[in-house]
Design a protein around this ligand. Sequence first.
Ligand code: GLN
Length: 289
Amino acid sequence: MSGPPPIAIGDLLAETRAALAEAGVDNPRLDARLIVGAAAGATIEQMIARPETPVDADSAAFARALAERRADGAPIAYLLGVKEFWSLDFAVTAATLVPRPDSETLVEAALARCADWSRAWRVADLGTGSGCLLLAFLSERPHATGVGLDASIEALSVARANAHAHWFDARARFVCGSWTSALAGPFDLIFANPPYIPSDDIPLLAREVRDYEPYEALHGGADGLDHYRAILAELPRILAPGGAVVFEVGQGQALPVADLCELADLKVEAIRRDLGGISRCVVAAKSSA
Ligand code: GLN
């Protein structure tokens, strides 16, 4: 008995791209290349240079199954299990948000504030998810150490795996807890990308986000600011004198979050924009006295 004849990789790419385009996926050409490449174990260069290369039936079936899930809205990062952030590869699962390029604004802000390369900066990352903020920072400051905190055990195991993959086991610890409660400090720098989508905006999110990313990592209460209030209630306790928090905020939230920081006796030092020009990051410091 013989199975179906093997399909050429160029034909599988064209078929996948057409199916994704038909389903209204944003970037059908790129996603088709990523899916077929992952399923067939081929690089983009190999697929383009040798489109006639045959793909075995199992790999083709795998590519079609992935394409079907992508057509249903599953984020490409969940299908591939990996997302690049700060030029590092991070494992991601449905228990973690997919790292966003916008969040690199927080890493830039933290590095600007912790400019001394040689110092043993003490860092915390509240709601660490995949660990991307903390680990990107550690990759730039070789004497820094950090704690990543998350309420999700599943997310913490992803973050730990990422720390291990990038050789940061000795400098990164991960703990389960709700915001500051499990932490003693003091920290020189605290990252926080809390859930900040207002309840009424959840139904308006892109389906990739709304239907696939963890709701607990997105939903910020009626006005989206619940978690900033909860974090700021205790944050000064764990900040070192002169230490700072670097918050990610949603569109329109920079000024309200800056106000909440001032109410917590922190001095707002900077509001930074992301690549799309949206105020994405609020930096606020505890006095050094
Ligand atoms: N940036 C995410 C989005 O826009 C939200 C992340 C969060 O709530 N912290 O979908």
